[in-house]
Design a binder for this molecule. Structure first.
Ligand SMILES: [Zn+2]
Length: 258
């Protein structure tokens, strides 16, 4: 009989600040808007741009796969290759999930231990961006030129971006399933967010887009007994960069191992 006890949740809340314009592409059906060649993804009800959890999770996974030098032997949807295996000790698949077993006819699928929520603009940023003039709501457009190498003629295209300075509130929820792998998993989340600051989020990173800074605002530890009404949660107010959050994995373990 398979068992997978849930020991509790760790909720990491923080802020992603755009240091340069951020472009996370929307759907092709929006192509016609204002002659923009490449639009950003928006909430259909509020029209506010946001960072899909899938984009942030995918980026963190990709960075961890490369940092740990995993093989990209799994062809996912639409021909995108990534790492995916059925080894429960694999740091990447344990954290980000793997459904490789289904395809191999095995039984050990690994559900992701982290959930990355969609990140929405903070109220302060919404207020500022509402005042941006001359374009689409909350965003800027940037003209980029492709140069014809023979004639030197410019071939301009319009890219929509969330402007530099915009801030998004992010939330990563980690399901504690075992204490022996807890610190390593939390370390990896923190390390990959730190690495992301020296990488880029969204499209056009090599052309200046998507430089971000991350701040951890708080960590909330909720052991199983918190949900059963028998124990309080533990809240750590942080206000620090991921590079300064090195003690967090130990603190998490102290809460869940007691
Ligand atoms: Zn794996």
């Amino acid at each position: 009989m398979n068992r997978k006890p849930l020991l509790g949740k760790i909720i990491l809340k923080g802020t992603i600040r755009c240091m340069t314009g951020l472009h996370i592409g929307g759907s092709d059906s929006e192509l016609a808007i204002g002659g923009i060649d490449s639009t950003v993804i928006r909430d259909p009800l509020t029209q506010q741009p946001y960072i899909p959890g899938s984009s942030l999770k995918g980026k963190l996974r990709c960075l961890l796969e490369r940092t740990l030098d995993k093989t990209f032997d799994h062809p996912g949807g639409s021909g995108v290759y990534r790492h995916e295996c059925t080894d429960p000790a694999c740091c990447v698949c344990r954290l980000f999930g793997s459904s490789a077993a289904t395809r191999n006819g095995e039984e050990n699928n690994l559900p992701a231990r982290i959930m990355v929520r969609d990140s929405h603009l903070t109220s302060g940023s919404l207020e500022k961006l509402e005042k941006v003039e001359g374009g689409l709501p909350f965003t800027e457009w940037k003209t980029e030129n492709g140069l014809d190498r023979i004639t030197c003629a410019a071939n301009p295209r319009q890219i929509e971006r969330v402007p530099a300075g915009a801030e998004f509130a992010f939330e990563v929820v980690y399901s504690v399933e075992a204490t022996d792998s807890l610190s390593e998993d939390i370390s990896h989340v923190i390390e990959m967010l730190a690495l992301l600051e020296d990488d880029a989020l969204g499209g056009g990173g090599s052309r200046g887009n998507g430089r971000i800074e991350v701040t951890f605002d708080k960590a909330v530890f909720r052991p199983r007994d918190y949900y059963l009404g028998k124990e309080e949660e533990t809240v750590r107010e942080l206000g620090i960069a991921p590079s300064s959050a090195g003690k967090l994995p130990e603190e998490a373990l102290a809460v869940f191992a007691r």
